[in-house]
Design a protein around this ligand. Sequence first.
Ligand code: SF4
Length: 331
Amino acid sequence: MKHANIALFVPHLGCRHQCSFCDQRSITGTAGVPSAAEIEKAVQIAAGSENYDPKSCQIAFFGGSFTAIDRKLMLKLLQAAYRYVLDGTVSGIRVSTRPDAIDDAVLDVLKAHGVQAIELGAQSMCDDVLHKNKRGHTAQDVENACAKIKRYGFELGLQMMTGLYGDTDEKAVYTAREIIRLQADTVRIYPTVVLKNTPLFALYQRGDYRPQTVEEAIELGAKLLQLFLKAGVKVIRFGLHTVEPDSFVAGAFHPCLAERAYSRLYRRVINAAATNLPHGAYRLLVCPADLSRAIGYKRENIAFFKEQGLDFAVCPDAGIKPYDVKILGKG
Ligand code: SF4
């Protein structure tokens, strides 16, 4: 059974910062704090859905800086959610927060209220990028928070962004390697988008910031996905689910961004397998579930290799693992 989240957004609450890129309200589309009644309603809707599995479902407080909000309010939200952990309706709770809002006291509270996973918005492991984007924390803060979260036995999730102001592909790769070194269990990768009324928007308007194109985000994303895949870090999100059209100005947002990045990852895998292959027609065996990813968005992988003189007929083969391929002569 696939993991599922009952997602509740806690926008901007408790956040003393204004990160260059952030307008939480535009990203979440929610302006208020969830009430106990709203939490109950969300749980009931999820629990009443077909194939609902309590063992694989968590209540997730996303969006803001959960452990930085007013402590009484944080406790209220946790208590409202924890009753569903206690009665077995969900398996646990996950929260997302800032690296500098983690200490032993808060981890004790989370542990006592059924929290299983903590996701930290690391965004970058390069101090100059963090500083330029007004994150208000350092890479060392991320490292310290990760060590504590691991010591308490929580599942550790890290979120990183690409294409931030002052960021480069090399710095993003470094960030990914640091995330692997810090032993994250999961990672979310978000290419930056420019939203109205953010500091990044002002930089963009002045011509001081150029956002990644969709193509650049896909190309870099494929490289990062490959690193995490090799290291066994589970990528649970690539790209924003949605942005409000009224707020979106520019940047790497595309409804199929994740699919396209995974397809590009396949292109890297095929490319490596096809090194020194003479021009000609071949059968490319791939894991059946990944057939469309191997072929590529609008068949772009097929077209890419055709231009290099390699004519691939992509065939499903149950013996091939995901992100592996086998090339055979066409005969
Ligand atoms: S810390 Fe999080 S919620 Fe606060 S401004 Fe930055 S990204 Fe937004």
